[in-house]
Design a protein around this ligand. Structure first.
Ligand code: ATP
Ligand code: MG
Length: 205
């Protein structure tokens, strides 16, 4: 990695439908492990791999991210993908943030291994080596070993996998719990739970 950078900033990108404690814990583990100065949560307006009718309106998802990061001094929420033309690719967001912050900042990208395998196989990903350093979090069903053979080898020097396990929580599971009127108190910050109830989200699957 080049030595010209003085600061480290990480992007945590996601659909966040809704954001949960798994996202927040992965970001916090990454921050500690890599001495990050800042983590920016970027809510995807139109994720390339999900269709608009299967996800909640972006403003709701963004509002919940905003509420969730308030308790974490090193975390911020960004609207950078909220007004982009669709689809938004991680590489474009990384380039835009690099431009905004300048060359003093080294860009990292925090992601679960499930998403990492997808991101690195997208067409546009051919330009990613050198753009940023990936920090991967293992999730149930996805282990470090799965990278070998499943992504181009030239990405490997640009990936660090977190040793400490992240939480076994997913937004899919939360939406399912809500449909069944089960409590999600253990899975999301209180402010996010209150927002979901206030706007009656995830009632119809
Ligand atoms: P869904 O079930 O709807 O796909 P999700 O829980 O996977 O939701 P996303 O918004 O799709 O959440 O994920 C955003 C990013 O956070 C991805 O890189 C994903 O791999 C990562 N991530 C999600 N949940 C966890 C978790 N529990 N631990 C670590 N990383 C996670
Ligand atoms: Mg996901």
């Amino acid at each position: 990695m080049k030595q010209k950078h003085s600061f480290k900033i990480a992007i945590m990108g996601g659909t966040f439908d809704p954001i949960h404690l798994g996202h927040l814990k992965a970001a916090e583990l990454a921050r500690k492990e890599m001495d990050l100065h800042k983590v920016i949560f970027v809510t995807a307006y139109c994720p390339p791999h999900k269709s608009a009718d299967e996800i909640s309106p972006a403003e709701h998802r963004f509002a919940m991210v905003d509420l969730a990061v308030k308790d974490y001094p090193y975390f911020e929420s960004s609207r950078i993908e909220m007004e982009q033309t669709c689809p938004c690719y991680a590489g474009d967001t990384i380039k835009a943030l690099q431009k905004q912050y300048g060359e003093e900042w080294q860009i990292y990208f925090i992601t679960g291994l499930d998403a990492l395998l997808t991101i690195l196989n997208w067409e546009k990903a051919k330009t990613y080596p050198g753009l940023c350093h990936f920090i991967g979090a293992a999730r149930p069903g996805y282990k470090k070993e799965m990278l070998e053979g499943n992504i181009p080898e030239d990405y490997l020097p640009y990936i660090t996998i977190l040793e400490e396990p992240s939480l076994a929580i997913s937004s899919t599971e939360i939406r399912r719990y809500l449909l069944n009127n089960q409590s999600i108190d253990e899975m999301v910050p209180r402010a996010v739970r209150d927002y979901i109830y206030q706007y009656d989200l995830y009632k119809d699957g």
